[in-house]
Design a protein around this ligand. Sequence first.
Ligand code: SF4
Length: 405
Amino acid sequence: MTISTAPLPRRRAVAVKVGGVTVGGDAPVVVQSMTNTDTADIDATVRQVADLARAGSELVRITVDRDESAAAVPKIRERLDRLGLDVPLIGDFHYIGHKLLADHPACAEALAKYRINPGNVGFKAKRDLQFGAIIETAIRNDRPVRIGVNWGSLDQELLTHLMDENQAAGFPQTAAEVMREAIVRSALLSAERAEEIGLPRSKIILSAKVSAVQELIAVYAELARRSDHALHLGLTEAGMGTKGIVASSAAMGILLQQGIGDTVRVSLTPEPGGDRTREVQVAQELLQVMGFRAFLPVVAACPGCGRTTSTVFQELARKIQDQIRDEMPVWRTRYPGVEALKVAVMGCIVNGPGESKHADIGISLPGTGETPSAPVYIDGEKAVTLRGPAIAEDFRALVLDYIEK
Ligand code: SF4
C-alpha cells in the first residue's frame, strides 16, 4: 500500500473579499480571531484588536450585541486606522442584528463583514424578514456575510422537520445523522436564500461549527461536497488549555489536509488573565507545521533525556523562540522571507549534528559526559564550535547575525 503524505488539492471555493483580505479562491488560508471585550468599551476593544492584529490575526471579529456596542464600532475603526492597523473588523450579530444594522448605518459601514447565525436571526414569521433585512444591508454596503451555523443554536424548526421526515420514512438515519444534515442544510438553505435576495456568491462565507472533533470533520466534509462557498473552519467550544488546542488541531488539521477550509479560527477558552493572542499563535502554528503557510521561523528542539546535563538547551530553545516571536513584527518588514528560517537547538550528539545540519542554523549542545563544546552548523556545514559559560548568548548572536545576512 502506498501512503501519500501530500495534502489533497485544495477545494476550489469562490473567493470572497473581506476588506483587503481574500478568503477562498487561490488565497492562502486566512487566520482570524475574536475579541472577548465588551465592544462598547472602546479602549479595551481597540487594545485587544491591536494585540490580535499585531500577533498576526488577519481578520478580527467583535461582538455587536446592543446599541452601545454598535455605536462604538465606527469609533473603534477610526482608532485602529489612526494606529495604522487596517485589519478588517467583522461584526458578530445575534437576535437583533437587523435592527442594529438599520439603526447604526455608520456601524454597518465600518464593518468589513457581518456574521449572522441563521438559528437565532428571529423567530418563525419574523425570521425571513429579519434575515432578508441583514442581507439587504450587506448588499447596500457591498459587504460579505458569514452564515455561521452553530449546533448549540440550530434552527429548531428545520431540525424538527427533518426528524419528522426521518420518522415517517422508518428511521433510516440515526439521530446524529439527522442533526448533521440539519446543520449542513441550515447553512446551505440560508446561503441559497441570501443569493435569491441578491447577495452574490462571492459575498458569502459559510461555517457550521460543532464541538466534537469527528462530527466537525463529517459536517465540513459534507458542506464542502455540496457547495463551492468559501468555508470558515472552527471547532466551537473547543475548551481550555491543551484540550482545546489538541481538539482544534486534530479537527482542522484533518480538514485542511483534505483541502477543506479557507479561513480558520481556533476558539480557546482563555485562562483567567490569559493572553487572547494565544488563539492566533495556535492557528498560525497549525498552518505552519502542516506546511500551508510560514509565519515565524521554526525552532526545532529535542525533548531532552537522561543524556542532558542541564536545562541549558531548553532555556536556549525557549529564549530563541521568544526572541523570534517578539522581534517578528520588525523582522517581517526588514528581512523578507525570514519566516521560512529553521533553527535547531539540540541537547547532545545523538541527534544534534544531524538535526542541526537540516536546519539553516543549528547547535548541538554537550550532553552528559561529552566534551563541553557545542558545534554550530550553518547551512548544513559545521561553522564554529562554541565553548564556555556564554554558549547560549553566543548562539543567539549567531542566529541574529544569520538573519541580518
Ligand atoms: Fe536526548 Fe540527545 Fe536525543 Fe536530545 S538529542 S533527546 S539529549 S539523545
